[in-house]
Design a protein around this ligand. Structure first.
Ligand code: GDP
Length: 308
């Protein structure tokens, strides 16, 4: 498990982990050291709030445990990071419903379609049957991309023919997919939706409607409403999560492209956003473009991969 994550996180490790480890070589624990740590965490997109919390936590640990040398800080910081990230690590349990319906949302290019392909593979490896719903009816390319993932994984894709003049109806596609899944005894339905920005209010209304239609087809569904978030989104990630959650009531996140960024600290920012509230779990992280490069998020392993 950890090998792919470790490889995928190499850029963040070089930026965040190695620079922090450099500070922990030895020497006094002084204000300069805290300031340098602050800069490094901010550069990795941990955000002001999470950075402030982490440094305060570190100061508390230094005081409580009577730490005097910088070399003692590495473990203390790792512990603080695990404490912060642990609430996000709640694996998705798909056994409670049959079929279990997962809807994926997010901005264009975040990695929704790719993540669906990877999820299909992941669940098939667990012996589950999967069906894909091509709910992105805006772009013909999105439908074709999903069909290609379907072929690659040998799973059925429910789609609707559409032309430039006549756009398919995403709610209808997903409705058909849910019914097909029930008829065929499928375990998991993965529903793609068109990319949209939280600021595109008419599109946000549309996806709310899609969700309502799914709920009418299958009471209680979708059982999981995921926001797919590109790790390169930077500090705007927190706003994006908030806006999609306000509109849809998210139950989880997939954070993609952690392999392409040196700014994996964004997970700390996301964790801090809900630290005193009900956490929004990071169900999976994307650490590459391959079928195997979507992994459940495990806080301790993530933090370990940042520093090793
Ligand atoms: P969508 O518009 O949200 O459906 O985004 P796509 O699934 O089409 O993904 C956009 C691009 O991001 C594609 O080139 C994917 O291969 C790439 N991508 C998605 N997830 C990851 C990831 O975890 N790592 C890397 N390196 N690339 C990814």
């Amino acid at each position: 498990w950890g090998v792919r994550v470790r490889q995928g996180l190499s850029r963040t490790r070089n930026n965040l982990g190695k620079r922090l480890s450099g500070l922990f070589g030895g020497g006094a624990i002084d204000e300069d050291l805290y300031e340098e740590m602050e800069t490094i965490l901010l550069t990795a997109d941990a955000g002001v709030s999470a950075t402030t919390w982490l440094l305060e936590e570190l100061r508390r640990k230094v005081k409580r445990n009577g730490l005097t040398d910088a070399s003692q800080l590495k473990e203390a910081l790792q512990e603080a990071l695990v404490d912060l990230l642990e609430p996000l690590a709640q694996p998705l349990d798909t056994s409670a419903h049959h079929p279990f319906i997962i809807m994926l949302t997010g901005v264009n290019g975040a990695g929704k379609t790719t993540s669906i392909g990877k999820l299909a593979h992941y669940y098939q490896l667990q012996g589950k049957s999967v069906l894909l719903a091509a709910g992105d009816t805006f772009r013909a390319a999105a439908r074709e991309q999903l069909m290609a993932w379907g072929e690659r994984n040998r799973v059925a894709v429910i789609a609707q023919e559409s032309s430039d003049q006549q756009r398919g109806d995403p709610a209808a596609v997903i409705f058909d997919a849910v019914n097909a899944a029930k008829a065929r005894g499928i375990d998991i339905v993965l529903a793609d939706t068109a990319g949209r920005l939280a600021t595109q209010l008419h599109l946000m209304e549309e996806i709310k409607k899609v969700k309502r239609v799914i709920a009418k087809t299958e009471p209680g569904a979708p059982h999981e409403t995921l926001l797919v978030l590109d790790a390169n989104t930077g500090q705007n990630a927190v706003n994006q999560v908030q806006a999609f959650d306000d509109a849809l009531g998210l139950t989880g996140l997939i954070v993609t492209k952690l392999d392409g960024t040196a700014k994996g600290g964004v997970l700390a920012a996301i964790a801090r956003q809900r630290q005193q509230k009900v956490p929004l779990p990071v169900r999976f992280i994307g650490v590459g473009e391959g079928l195997d490069d979507l992994r459940p998020f495990v806080a301790r392993e993530f933090v370990g991969a940042l520093f090793d």
